[in-house]
Design a protein around this ligand. Structure first.
Ligand code: DX5
Ligand code: ZN
Length: 229
């Protein structure tokens, strides 16, 4: 049986109100988010700083479903256990962030978490066939990591298609992160992705006190994505 999961929408809380994360997480889940995408940045691997494992642990009780943690930190290996203990369900890592990506992925699985590989726009995917057995998720970056609200890079669409071929029928999620919106969702899914991270496109026009806009945005992105299938 082919692994063809329902399209998942994973709002990135990078676009949420940083003074109100707990309520923001509850609001997006109530409005139809499938996963909550949590962007961890260190000001070194990427040119921006967000937060660390203590914030993830604080968010955990506010997230009923999947906490999808995207680690943009270097070095990566010394921090994996802390993020696992903070309650992440998925830990996604960049191959440039440590010396041995295969070992980092093994470590994540060893901590009882799902292991993700994030691939920057300029990063080749030649390594992927050698990592497939360690992977639960591949995250194709369609912007350079570090900031929300950037323009989607169409140059990455052939990479998504190539990864879809490599994954075949394996139960590996193919996620796209960066610039996903009503405008880009269809070509993202047509290329073979099944998880859309979206920050700006989900959070625009709403707030935790006025969450209906989140629901409308998620619904419109989902409908555009499903239209491609
Ligand atoms: C970028 C982050 C993304 C980002 C997506 O480094 O990994 O998750 O927040 O934001 P949008 O959807 O606004 O491009
Ligand atoms: Zn991300």
């Amino acid at each position: 049986m082919a692994f063809v999961p329902k399209i998942k929408i994973a709002p990135s809380i990078l676009a949420a109100d940083f003074s109100n994360f707990g309520a923001e997480c509850r609001a997006i889940e109530a409005q139809g988010a499938d996963w909550v995408h949590v962007d961890v940045m260190d000001g070194h691997f990427v040119p921006n700083i967000t937060f660390g494992p203590a914030m993830c642990a604080a968010l955990r009780p506010h997230i009923k479903g999947v906490m999808d943690v995207h680690l943009m930190i270097e070095p990566i290996d010394p921090f994996l256990e802390a993020f696992a203990k903070a309650g992440a369900d998925h830990l996604t890592v960049h191959p440039e962030a440590g010396p041995h990506i295969h070992r980092s992925l093994q470590t994540i699985r060893g901590l009882g978490k799902k292991a993700g590989l994030a691939i920057n726009p300029g990063t080749d995917i030649g390594m992927v066939p050698y990592l497939l057995d360690q992977l639960d998720l591949i995250c194709v970056m369609t912007v350079n990591p570090g900031f929300g609200g950037q323009s989607f890079l169409d140059s990455q669409l052939p990479k998504i298609r190539a990864l879809r071929e490599m994954i075949g029928e394996r139960p590996i999620f193919l996620q796209v992160d960066g610039g996903a919106s009503v405008e880009t969702a269809q070509r993202i899914v047509a290329a073979g992705a099944n998880v859309l991270v979206a920050g700006a496109a989900v959070f625009k026009g709403g707030s935790a006190d006025n969450p209906d806009a989140y629901g409308r945005n998620i619904k419109m992105i989902r409908e555009a994505a499903q239209g491609a299938r």
